[in-house]
Design a binder for this molecule. Structure first.
Ligand code: NDP
Length: 334
């Protein structure tokens, strides 16, 4: 059996990842570490996890742990992933991988050197909707893609606000929370890389201490596609979407920027309009399945460590563009 240790007694771990991992044959969550002993114990009891630790080193010393899943606040991902690699544990890490591209690249090299797998939990790549849009683009269904529009302005529920709205040092703010997902999804669908960003941000009464809770940005990709992003924590009733517009047709994805296996995609072209067949499956189960296969030597994780670095780099560029008003060049990372 492959044992998983959770670094972080977080909401995402509790609501999605315990089930996603325990659903894989031969895989089981066997340990959890929190900075708070009682929280670790409560989490373990609630999720049926054998061992609860009050510090990460003890979890990393547990021989039953082969893989760690890191879902602490964002500033902790890099040091914890480096420690896990040094302990010889494989790493599935939450987005954003780190707070800087340098730290994220260091995670990739540390895992390579240690011979352990590193992947990023960008769940939207696993959605039937985004996979269908990627397939349609690849097959030429909309011709040459010219534009994309992402609507990801949502309302951050109160129980998730905390560090996201008041802790810049923990990587709070909408860019590292939501924009990073948009960029990763577009990199996946377009099979292209972002090259420059402009944007404006605002504080709509939720974020504090210089953090942004709403952005509108434009990102140019290296295949010429211009992408418009609208991300926010403060919009209750807009719904979400992702649209791709090409010279031969448009793909309209509705209710697709979400953790749930829902949403629909319509293809509109000279022949009219039709809804694509989607076989929805749990996004996290699908992602963990790919990770487990990669561990067994079959294929790549849904989003690799390098994917996490590249999507982070572009999200940081959007953030910098919003902070300075400048056009920010996004370096090519290989
Ligand atoms: P939470 O705010 O639920 O948890 C983050 C940390 O906060 C935990 O690790 C925990 O620390 C601490 N914490 C938890 N509960 C409490 C509490 N009651 N009082 C004080 N501290 C507490 O974060 P999320 O689960 O929303 O996000 C965690 C990570 O996952 C982030 O990096 C985020 O970006 C990412 N994420 C990814 C998603 C995806 O779909 N890929 C979706 C949501 C989040 P400790 O571990 O020390 O106990």
């Amino acid at each position: 059996e492959t044992g998983w240790g959770f670094i972080g007694a977080s909401t995402i771990a509790r609501e999605h990842m315990v089930q996603a991992i325990n659903a894989q044959p031969g895989h089981r969550v066997v340990a959890v570490a929190s900075s708070n002993e009682q929280r670790a114990r409560d989490f373990a009891a609630h999720a049926g996890i054998a061992n609860a630790y009050a510090d990460v080193d003890r979890l990393l010393a547990d021989p039953a742990v082969d893989v760690v899943y890191i879902s602490t606040t964002n500033e902790l991902h890099a040091p914890q992933a480096m420690a896990a690699a040094a302990a010889g544990k494989h790493v599935l890490c939450e987005k954003p991988l780190a707070l800087s591209v340098g730290d994220a690249l260091a995670m990739v090299s540390a895992c390579q050197r240690a011979g352990v797998l590193l992947a990023t939990n960008h769940h939207l790549r696993n959605a039937a909707s985004h996979r269908a849009m990627r397939d349609a683009v690849r097959s030429g269904a909309i011709g040459q893609v010219q534009f994309a529009r992402v609507f990801h302005a949502v309302h951050l529920p109160e129980h998730l606000q905390a560090w996201r709205i008041n802790k810049p040092e923990a990587g709070g703010g909408v860019e590292l929370d939501i924009t990073v997902h948009d960029i990763d999804t577009l990199r996946f669908i377009l099979a292209a890389e972002p090259v420059e960003a402009i944007g404006l941000g605002r504080q709509g009464g939720m974020a504090q201490k210089g953090l942004t809770d709403g952005v509108m940005a434009v990102v140019r990709f290296d295949n010429g596609t211009l992408v418009q992003l609208h991300d926010a924590f403060t919009v209750k009733h807009a719904g979400t979407g992702l649209e791709l517009h090409g010279d031969a047709g448009s793909l309209i994805g509705r209710n697709v920027m979400t953790q749930q296996p829902v949403g629909d995609v319509t293809l509109v072209d000279a022949n009219g309009s039709r809804t694509l067949d989607l076989r929805h499956q749990d996004l996290y189960v699908t992602g963990v399945r790919a990770f487990c296969k990669a561990l067994a030597g079959q294929g790549e994780p849904a989003a690799t460590g390098l994917d996490g670095v590249k999507s982070l780099s572009a999200a940081l560029a959007v953030s910098q563009a919003c902070a300075t008003g400048a056009v920010v060049h996004i370096p090519n990372i290989t």
